[in-house]
Design a binder for this molecule. Structure first.
Ligand SMILES: Nc1ncnc2c1ncn2[C@@H]1O[C@H](COP(=O)(O)OP(=O)(O)OP(=O)(O)O)[C@@H](O)[C@H]1O
Ligand SMILES: Nc1nc2c(c(=O)[nH]1)N=C(CO)CN2
Length: 174
């Protein structure tokens, strides 16, 4: 059966847009994943570990027949393919793919927590997520993403490339 999930993408090393578009391509090439919607791209100040370059962040909506754990595995594999090295926690990365939401499920295993446990504190996640679907609900904290975005605010998040077409790859054209 098809499920709906939301993924956050982030990059702050090298050709940041290239890594976002490659990650989307790789996700679309994965059997049982279809990208069905996406946000604009935002440039965002680093959160957590501050001594690093600005990020580009965006959120995508997918339909998938993968289980949450399989989706995490695919995401980790794509991160690896795109040269992600795990060095500093919250530190620089070519590409980071986080599972934000999987339907309205609450998941808590050794390897996977969904909704993502820090997403509700992060403007760089909430703003693009609201752009796709403001009526989404965060079942872990009992609030809509729109309400939560209003609480957290928009500091450090600036539009970089505005979504202007239904083709995700148009975002990456000059
Ligand atoms: N919802 C989730 N999405 C992605 N990874 C998760 C999630 N919940 C738990 N994890 C685990 O977190 C591990 C480390 O993830 P990662 O290195 O991307 O963290 P990070 O990007 O530095 O920090 P953050 O998770 O705050 O973005 C992953 O290997 C995965 O097992
Ligand atoms: N602006 C921004 N800051 C971050 C990001 C990110 O994607 N964007 N990811 C992190 C991962 O732990 C830590 N800090």
């Amino acid at each position: 059966m098809e499920q709906i999930a939301y993924l956050s993408l982030g990059s702050n090393i090298g050709q940041r847009e290239h890594f976002l578009s490659r990650a989307i391509e790789q996700l679309e090439d994965t059997k049982k994943i279809q990208v069905v919607d996406f946000s604009s791209i935002y440039e965002t100040d680093p959160v957590g570990y501050k001594d690093q370059s600005n990020f580009l962040n965006m959120v995508i909506e997918i339909r998938t027949e993968l289980t949450p754990e399989q989706l995490l595995n695919e995401s980790l594999m794509i991160e690896k393919k795109l040269g992600r090295k795990r060095e500093i926690r919250f530190g620089p990365r070519t590409i980071d793919i986080d599972v934000l939401l999987y339907n309205q499920e609450l998941i808590h295993t050794d390897r996977l927590i969904v909704p993502h446990p820090r997403m509700h504190e992060r403007s760089f996640v909430l703003i693009p997520l609201v752009e796709i679907n403001g009526s989404l609900y965060l079942p872990n904290i009992d609030v809509s993403v729109k309400k939560q975005m209003e609480i957290v605010g928009a500091e450090g998040v600036r539009i970089w490339r505005k979504k202007q077409s239904v083709n995700v790859y148009d975002l990456f054209k000059n």
